[in-house]
Design a protein around this ligand. Structure first.
Ligand code: ADP
Ligand code: MG
Length: 851
């Protein structure tokens, strides 16, 4: 771990920061044209062997600081520069919400693009990618650096162009899918990515930790076995919890008892539930999971008659995502809606391994310190806490613990009412949609107006608007976990946004009036682009309509800057934003995220958690220690308990949960690493073939390898003649086995290798005559097709393998080792199979001309 406060490192960075600020003072005098030349100048300087990295960094950071100032009128704080240095060193900069991380990322991005590295800035959603790219474009227009942006709506053609920019904004999932797609492409031209040089991940904990449990999957549909799901669902209804099966809530798993197994076999009228040829067990387990562990309106919602997953961390609806391995279908059967086709995984990767592809990786977030060990072990990144620009004045109050859940919610509702009465903005974080709705109902009864921000689709569109309002007086906001991440809550309201809304309304009114007769109307996109023009062209005097609007813009700005200021002071007098947590989350990090919503940039604020002993976390992980404490305290159930002993026990329960989930991620990582190494090998071979012009060499190489492997078998085996015939058939040659049987190993090898070449030359001549160039295309086609097919089958086998090893070695020492060994065998078999089929097919290719 780097200790920021150790004598050496502070001094070293202090010195660097000082130098940056000094050069920045000089650059301030540059005219725009000279500033723009800095990029070229620094790029040239970077090539010179004389300049040190630090010297170049100092120049680059100073230049960018000035570009930021010219574009936004904001002057970077020293702590932001420190954050930039940290990111450039390939570490995680922990900087609190509202400290200005968006700008911080630009520093290392600029520096690394001077070194001719493609820089990717990764965000958690399209909205943030677009917002931040727009800002970056504005700033880098002063420096001749190209900014790319990729969102869900970007076409493949555009993507290629965007990836070629110096710095590209993109979400983690788009990046991952592009990677997988690139490695499935059949033509070299279809490849869109430009390599993995340097990535800066925003909200890095969300991407590398929260999302690390679910891999990205590209899948194709196959046939669905509906009856299996329906029958299992019926069986699952009959089975009794705790007699026929046990539920392990911790690991979200189901274990059948022998009684349960017997029952299933009887109902289904089968001999063996675990029969590999007819594996009912998978279906039964999934149906039981659907029954016990996946609940409507918590884990999923039903939207347009489809099961739609709700992300357990963000509370967002994940449209289009499906649970894998038949679980989704089991839930569809439970809800009695159409069972969709089963998906076959064509390609997949976990985020862990995706990001490890980068030469250099860095990240930033408000909350990472608690997961430092994980970042260090898996990604080799240190977590460096950057001090806040102004001292944080937020008060984190001790937890209030209630005996039961109902009383807890009553207390929370009451607290909201009190806050509403005095006008203090309050944000309540809840852990599920149903709980957010429960509180919403309670507040309705108390007649407390409030905004509800949860994963339901009708609320999502309102998201950024609700977050913008959340710091205003009298505003009570209920949100599921960290919805609206990346937008900060500004006390008294966000002047810019308020003006934007007013101007939008104004433009619309004017336009409607002018076009009363034609009934034309302005789309939102048109209005957005007018607003953008006003903002970007404040200096441009040649546009009549825009000048008018600019005046209005300026006036509005004056008015609302003042009123927001007044409101902010009012809210600050009440103590600033009050954040209420309603349950401890499964890591302290997520609790801290919620707390961090309050107290930005030195504002006052408060946070408090209201807990109950019936909360999931304590019920599952707390054990009876906590219960004992309560019973010993012997108080009535309406009084909350504020006890240090209790808080300590709660902390330790939460740490247990953290450790538990870390273990799961670590396990997933270790298992995925096995397949990841294989994936890298396959993708490398694929890429070689795709970009190679001499694919003939590949074919000959595959052929010679195959001959070698088959001869190995030949010399170990008694059925010699049969094997020789196989080789002869595979190579499609005509020869007599009698004379071959007398040859020794090296004679046979050179004989077959020679035959392979002769036979292939003939094939080539034959095809060349009919269609010049065709043979090269065929080679490429067969190679890629066979690799892809075999690889997809391999992925299936690997996932089965993992499952079987899980069952087989329940409680055994190290299933991972067993998995690695068998995975290796499967891989070797696959490679052998690919070579053989390619040779078989190419030796038999003929041209059939359709007439
Ligand atoms: P974070 O991502 O760290 O939560 P943002 O990058 O969203 O923070 O910035 C929060 C707000 O702070 C933005 O409105 C931004 O314009 C403002 N900001 C950033 N840097 C500065 C600065 N140096 N001086 C003043 N305001 C700043
Ligand atoms: Mg941010």
């Amino acid at each position: 771990m780097i200790n920021l406060f150790s004598y050496n490192s502070t001094n070293k960075h202090k010195d660097t920061i000082k130098k940056i600020n000094k050069i920045y003072e000089n650059i301030k005098d540059y005219p725009d044209s000279l500033l723009a030349e800095q990029t070229k100048k620094l790029e040239d300087l970077a090539k010179s062997p004389k300049i040190t990295n630090t010297a170049l960094l100092i120049e680059a950071f100073a230049t960018l600081k000035e570009a930021i100032f010219r574009a936004t009128n904001l002057e970077l704080f020293d702590v932001q520069i420190l954050g930039g240095i940290t990111l450039n060193n390939g570490n995680i900069a922990e900087m609190k919400t509202g400290e200005g991380k968006t700008l911080v990322a630009l520093l290392p991005a600029y520096f690394n693009s001077l070194l001719k590295k493609k820089v990717h800035i990764i965000t958690v959603n399209d909205y943030l990618a677009e917002r931040d790219a727009t800002l970056a474009k504005k700033i880098f227009s002063y420096l001749n650096i190209e900014i790319g942006l990729i969102t869900q709506t970007t076409t493949s053609q555009e993507r290629k162009k965007e990836y070629r920019c110096n710095i590209t904004y993109i979400t983690n999932s788009e990046l991952g899918f592009d990677y997988l797609k690139d490695n499935m492409s059949i033509h070299q031209d279809d490849i869109i990515q430009q390599g993995f040089h340097y990535a800066i991940i925003d909200e890095v904990d969300s991407i590398l930790i929260d999302e690390a449990r679910t891999p990205l999957i590209i899948s194709g549909a196959t046939k669905v076995k509906k009856e299996f799901y329906k029958s299992s669902e019926k069986v699952s209804k009959v089975l009794q919890k705790n007699t026929d099966y046990n539920v392990d809530e911790k690991s979200k798993s189901i274990i059948l008892t022998s009684k349960g197994i017997y029952k299933c076999e009887k109902i289904l009228n089968i001999d063996n539930l675990y029969d590999i040829q007819n594996p009912w067990i998978k279906y039964i387990i999934n149906s039981l999971k659907a029954k016990e562990l996946f609940l409507k309106n918590r884990d999923y919602i039903i939207k347009d008659s489809q099961i739609t997953i709700v992300d357990e961390f963000t509370g967002r609806v994940m449209t289009g995502r499906r649970w894998s391995d038949g679980l989704h279908q089991a839930i569809e059967a439970k809800e009695n809606i159409k069972i969709e086709a089963e998906n076959k995984t064509l390609a997949s990767i976990t985020y862990q391994n995706l990001f490890l592809l980068y030469e250099k990786l860095s990240g930033m977030t408000g909350t990472a310190k608690t997961e430092e060990e994980e970042f260090n072990n898996i990604y080799k990144m240190n977590v460096v806490s950057i001090p806040t620009n102004k001292k944080c004045l937020r008060k984190d109050m001790p937890d209030l613990v209630y005996k039961n859940e109902y009383i807890k919610w009553e207390a929370i509702a009451q607290e909201c009412l009190d806050m509403y009465k005095i006008g203090r903005p309050t944000l309540i974080g809840t852990t599920s949609i149903s709980k957010s709705e429960l509180l919403s109902k309670m507040l309705q009864e108390l007649e407390v107006p409030h905004n509800l921000l949860n994963a339901k689709p009708e609320n999502i569109a309102q998201e950024s608007k609700i977050i913008l309002e959340a710091g205003r007086k009298n505003t009570i906001t209920i949100a599921t976990n960290m919805a609206g991440r990346g937008t900060d809550i500004i006390l008294g309201g966000n002047t810019e946004k308020i003006i934007e809304q007013k101007i939008k309304k104004y433009i619309r009114e004017i336009f409607d009036k002018e076009n009363e007769n034609t009934k034309k109307s302005l789309s939102n996109i048109q209005i957005e682009s007018i607003i953008k023009k006003i903002k970007f062209q404040l200096k441009d005097e040649n546009n009549g309509q825009i000048i008018d609007l600019r005046e209005i813009y300026k006036k509005l700005k004056e008015k609302y800057t003042k009123s927001c200021e007044i409101e902010k002071n009012y809210v600050l007098n009440l103590g600033g934003l009050y954040v209420i947590g309603t349950e401890r989350h499964e890591s302290r990090r997520i609790d801290n995220q919620l707390r961090g919503r309050s107290g930005r940039q030195g504002d006052k604020g408060t946070s408090r958690f209201f807990l109950s002993l019936q909360d999931n976390l304590f019920r599952i992980f707390g054990g009876n220690k906590i219960e004992n404490i309560i019973n010993n305290l012997n108080i009535d159930s309406n009084t909350p308990i504020e006890s240090i002993l209790l808080t300590k026990s709660l902390d330790s329960a939460q740490k247990k949960v953290e450790a538990y989930f870390y273990d799961i991620r670590k396990q997933l990582f270790e298992y995925d690493e096995v397949i990841h190494n294989q994936r890298k090998a396959i993708y490398k071979e694929r890429k070689k073939i795709l970009t190679y012009t001499f694919t003939r060499d590949c074919i000959i190489e595959y052929g010679e390898q195959t001959i070698k492997e088959m001869l190995n078998i030949y010399f170990k085996n008694k059925r010699k003649e049969e094997i020789l015939k196989e080789i002869i058939k595979l190579l499609n040659i005509k020869t007599n086995t009698n004379k071959l049987l007398k040859m020794n190993s090296s004679e046979l090898k050179s004989y077959f290798n020679e035959q392979l070449r002769i036979s292939y030359d003939l094939k080539e001549v034959y095809l060349e005559q009919l269609r010049p160039g065709l043979i090269r295309q065929l080679e490429k086609y067969y190679l890629l097709q066979q690799i892809d097919q075999a690889w997809q089958e391999h992925i299936d086998k690997m996932s089965l393998l993992k499952e079987y090893i899980g069952w087989r070695s329940y409680g055994q020492q190290d299933p991972l080792i067993e998995y690695k060994n068998e995975a290796f065998n499967l891989f070797i078999n696959m490679i052998t199979y690919i070579r053989q089929t390619v040779i078989y097919l190419i030796m038999r290719s003929r041209l059939i001309i359709d007439i």
